[in-house]
Design a protein around this ligand. Structure first.
Ligand SMILES: N[C@@H](CCC(=O)N[C@@H](CS)C(=O)NCC(=O)O)C(=O)O
Length: 203
């Protein structure tokens, strides 16, 4: 299997963390240079028509796009340690939290970054008003998830799951890039410290 990756981007980091937690060694990493637009070349589009990374290419040529779909596929191949839930209610809870983090926190903070940060001006037709609006949505969500994490160290229940990967890749990347301070969200900061103690954090 081949993972199309970029070391600076947050979506492929989810997959790298997942691979590290599962201790999977059979995946070749192929780096794609986003800044030079390598992901938009005909060669890469022939592999991943969405022109995004990550993408996982299987040995028979099948390609899986979307970081969560890739992780779900790897969970089926390598069930231990379980990261997507065991019981019906745990599976539903992890799915709920990972999707809520993605939709309510990651997307607004990613849109704010894409529309406001000078570094993104060559990858996005920037609309500053839209960026500011998304930043406000993201800040409200940060406050919300900070309150959620006051109840539990982990996002979904009392153990490490894919929902923690969804959160840490979002907070570690987008809080700073949006010129926000993690110290303003003490429970998110506690979660950051807990995650940074795991070896997968540096994957
Ligand atoms: N929902 C997708 C998002 C993939 C995505 O947007 N990847 C970014 C890097 S984090 C990318 O390839 N951006 C290239 C572009 O926007 O042109 C996933 O979770 O895999």
């Amino acid at each position: 299997m081949k993972l199309y990756n970029n070391e600076m981007a947050n979506s492929p980091r989810k997959v790298r963390m997942f691979i590290a937690e599962k201790n999977i060694s059979e995946i070749e990493i192929i780096n794609i240079d986003l800044m030079s637009g390598e992901h938009k070349t005909p060669e890469y589009r022939a592999i991943a028509p969405n022109a995004r990374i990550p993408a996982l290419e299987l040995d028979d040529g099948t390609v899986i796009m979307e970081s969560t779909a890739i992780c779900r596929y790897l969970e089926s191949l390598y069930p231990e340690p379980n990261l997507f839930g065991e019981s019906a209610i745990e599976i539903a809870s992890i799915e709920m939290w990972q999707a809520r983090i993605y939709n309510e926190l990651m997307i607004p903070l990613a849109m704010a970054f894409r529309h406001l940060h000078p570094r993104m001006s060559n990858m996005e037709i920037q609309n500053k008003d839209y960026g500011e609006m998304q930043k406000n949505v993201g800040v409200k969500s940060l406050k919300y998830f900070d309150a959620v994490l006051a109840e539990s160290e982990f996002v979904a229940g009392d153990r490490y799951t894919f929902a923690d990967i969804q959160l840490i890749t979002t907070t570690d990347f987008f809080i700073g890039l949006n010129r926000l301070a993690m110290a303003d969200y003490p429970m998110i900061e506690r979660h950051f410290k807990l995650m940074s103690e795991r070896s997968s954090f540096l994957a």
